[in-house]
Design a protein around this ligand. Sequence first.
Ligand SMILES: C[S@@+](CC[C@H](N)C(=O)[O-])C[C@H]1O[C@@H](n2cnc3c(N)ncnc32)[C@H](O)[C@@H]1O
Length: 171
Amino acid sequence: MIKKLVPWWIEESIPFVESLLRKDMIVYEYGSGRSTIWFAERVKKIYTVEYQEKWKNQVEQWAEKKNLKNIDIVFCEQKPSRPYCQTINRVKEKIDFLIVDGRNRVECYKTALKYLSDKTIVVLDDSQRSKYREVKELLLKDKIEKSWSAPLRDNGKRSKKTSVFYDNEKE
Ligand SMILES: C[S@@+](CC[C@H](N)C(=O)[O-])C[C@H]1O[C@@H](n2cnc3c(N)ncnc32)[C@H](O)[C@@H]1O
C-alpha cells in the first residue's frame, strides 16, 4: 500500500496551500516527492527537479499510475549546486508557485528570484533552520508569512516548520 500522496509538510499547512491553488497555475518545485503528484492534480503544470535517480523513478511511477501528464521532472546531481538550482531556467511560463524543499535551498531561492513575479507564492519547508534565515528575510520584504510548526521536542526545539509566503493583498 502506498502512503497518501500529499506533501511531506506539516499537515495543517496543506488545506491553506490548497486554498491558494488555481487550475491555471504553473508550479516550480525543488525536491520531488508526493507533493509533485498532489500539485499535479490541482494545477496546470508542475516542473520539478530531483537529485536521487531512484526517487525520481518512484515519482514517475506514481504519475504514470494516475495518468498525470502535466509533470516535467528532471534528474540533477545535488553537487555542484549551480546546475541543480538553475534547472528552473527551463520554464518559459510565468511561475505562480515555488516550492523550496530540495537541496541547497538558499542558493536555489536566490537563483529562482529572477524567474518569479511579485505574486509568486512560495513554500519553504523546514523554515525553522537558522541557515534559511536569509531566504526568509528576502521573502518578507514583500510577502507575509503563515507558518505551522511541529510540537516542541524535549530539548525545547521544534523539529519542523512549514512556511508559506504570499502577497499581502490575499489576506
Ligand atoms: C523534503 S524531501 C522533498 C519532499 C517533497 N517535496 C514532498 O513534499 O513530498 C527532500 C528530498 O528527500 C528525498 N526523499 C523524499 N522522500 C523520500 C523517501 N520516502 N525515500 C527516499 N528519499 C526521499 C528526495 O530526494 C527529495 O528531493
